[in-house]
Design a binder for this molecule. Structure first.
Ligand code: SME
Length: 152
């Protein structure tokens, strides 16, 4: 499915106000994972700024034991402090990386802002090397902006 169609689908899911937020986040993860062949794992982590940790709130794909990640640790933890998108062409070349699954070859993490504060992120793992481009960045920025509207 093209990103433009998927954007519409994401907007529809976000607007399902009768569904709990967590369910809507899971639906978005499922929609992205089933629509884009190289999105093998899709998840949302949210930040606890008091404890300086990220917490997995919703995901699609294999379960992971990394449900809590300290700020600064791994690709996700680095994005919690950098506030910038992180595209990893080859996860094996990263020193500060937390492996969730041996099949993963590349990864993208895009921060999620609410009122200019970095409150979480979307994380995508791919089993395809160097899978992500600027088109994924722009699409995932759209998803994060949409999701920020459904959070308190
Ligand atoms: N690879 C991530 C950890 C989360 S898993 O991909 C689900 C990282 O290095 O932060």
């Amino acid at each position: 499915m093209a990103f433009e169609d998927l954007k519409k689908e994401v907007s529809v899911i976000v607007s399902k106000t009768t569904l709990p937020t967590k369910d809507r986040l899971t639906e978005i993860c499922d929609a992205l994972r089933t629509s884009i062949p190289y999105y093998n794992w899709v998840g949302f982590y949210f930040a606890n700024h008091d404890t300086q940790t990220l917490h997995l709130e919703a995901y699609a794909g294999e379960p992971t034991e990394h449900t809590v990640i300290p700020f600064g640790k791994g690709i996700c933890g680095q994005v919690a402090v950098s506030n910038e998108n992180f595209l990893v062409e080859d996860v094996a070349a990263q020193d500060n990386y937390i492996a969730c699954n041996i099949h993963v070859k590349s990864e993208i993490v895009v921060p999620l802002f609410k009122e200019d504060k970095n409150i979480g992120q979307i994380d995508i793992d791919s089993n395809t090397p160097n899978a992500f481009t600027e088109d994924d960045e722009r699409f995932l920025e759209f998803v994060c902006t949409q999701v920020s509207t459904l959070l308190l």
